[in-house]
Design a binder for this molecule. Structure first.
Ligand code: DP6
Length: 363
């Protein structure tokens, strides 16, 4: 099903000049998306907490192209600097979106993008950057064609478009918790876009922290896209799909019923499973570093001794996400400062927490 195939909207007499801007956050997957097929479709459903402090702000100024051609015309600036390599990636992305937004080749774009977190912090920015870009495109369509859309439909389309840029970006569109991928027993779920899941949240999870400990700032040896590709021939692929589906249901139940310990167990198992899949793939590879393991072991020991509910998660990289409820924020802060910062590159970490989703900015 091509939900958003060719809107048929091209620019005729309309005023096609303007500026749009969105600030969109990163997210941390609790059940991981790992492996894809077809056109950016996930092998298994995933669920994430939407973050708040790690975000990308993208501003697009658009005007009619001087000379008509089918080529995409983009000038891209990242943190004020012209970046031709990023521009080429965005041109490719816009090319793929011509079916959804047939007016793209009629315009020229100046895109400015900034991250709230240091560029070289090793923090994956594709979720925040691609979701902010997708939201800007949906706003441009709305503004040029005076398209009236319910917020829900607008966000669904933005999630669909974001997914085509980066799978995890499809989840950054919604506040607090988002689910992406067909899920048994959840009619509204889809492989094509994410859905908001905020109503499943028990009070225990209402204000949840995610401090991101920067273990390394180096570029990863294997990108997420390469990692997904390796999953299609993985010897544990079928088992992994079954496992992710099963864990997802247990996790949703834990989120609903306020079962922190259950939540923490599943989240940690998922993080370690993600990295075990990398280690057991062909070719095999390792993205954790010695300090990643040091931090994990410190967290487990601290939790055992103090009974404080603090858990870890990992993305496809060495940095560690420290997850905990607001009720233990003081204790966990002390613990991070006294025991964990020594394992962080330049003692750096990002204090983040569950957020209320993307915001459109006025100009
Ligand atoms: C481990 O969304 O970055 O963070 O779709 O190729 O852009 P592409 O991959 P990406 O993969 C994210 C993988 C993950 C798990 C997750 O966020 O669910």
């Amino acid at each position: 099903m091509d939900l958003y195939k060719n809107s048929g909207l091209t620019i005729g007499e309309q005023e096609a000049k303007g500026i749009v801007s969105w600030k969109s956050p990163s997210n941390i997957a609790l059940i991981k998306y790992w492996g894809k097929h077809g056109k950016q479709l996930p092998l298994n459903p995933s669920i994430s907490f939407t973050l708040s402090q790690a975000y990308t702000q993208t501003t697009i100024e658009y005007k009619p192209k001087r000379k008509s051609s089918s080529k995409i015309d983009i000038d891209f600036y990242f943190e004020g600097q012209k970046k031709p390599t990023f521009a080429r990636r965005i041109v490719k992305y816009f090319e793929e979106l011509k079916d959804i937004f047939p007016f793209l080749p009629q315009l020229s774009f100046e895109i400015n993008s900034d991250n709230s977190f240091p560029h070289s912090s090793g923090i994956a920015s594709s979720a925040s950057s691609m979701s902010s870009l997708a939201l800007c495109l949906c706003s441009i369509e709305r503004d040029i064609f005076k398209k009236e859309m319910e917020t829900e439909a607008f966000l669904q389309k933005a999630s669909y478009v974001a997914r085509l840029g980066s799978g995890s970006a499809s989840r950054s569109i919604h506040p607090k918790v988002a689910l992406w991928g067909n899920t048994n027993g959840m009619e509204e779920s889809s492989d094509l876009f994410s859905i908001p899941m905020k109503s499943v949240l028990h009070d225990v999870f209402r204000k949840f922290h995610d401090d991101i400990l920067i273990v390394s700032k180096k570029a990863k040896s294997i990108s997420s896209s390469e990692g997904h590709a390796i999953m299609s021939g993985h010897r544990f692929k079928d088992g992994r799909i079954l496992q992710a589906n099963k864990r997802l249901h247990i996790l949703i139940k834990a989120l609903k019923n306020g079962k922190l310990e259950k939540f923490g167990n599943i989240v940690e198992e998922e993080a370690l499973t993600l990295h075990s899949l990398m280690m057991s793939s062909n070719p095999s590879y390792l993205l954790m570093e010695p300090n990643t393991l040091q931090i994990i072991m410190e967290i487990q020991e601290f939790r055992k001794n103090s009974k404080i509910p603090v858990y870890f998660s990992l993305d496809a990289g060495p940095n560690v996400h420290v997850l905990y409820p607001d009720s233990v924020a003081v204790e966990v802060n002390d613990f991070i400062n006294s025991r964990l910062l020594k394992y962080c590159k330049d003692r750096e970490y990002i204090k983040d927490y569950m957020g209320s989703g993307p915001k459109e900015l006025d100009f």
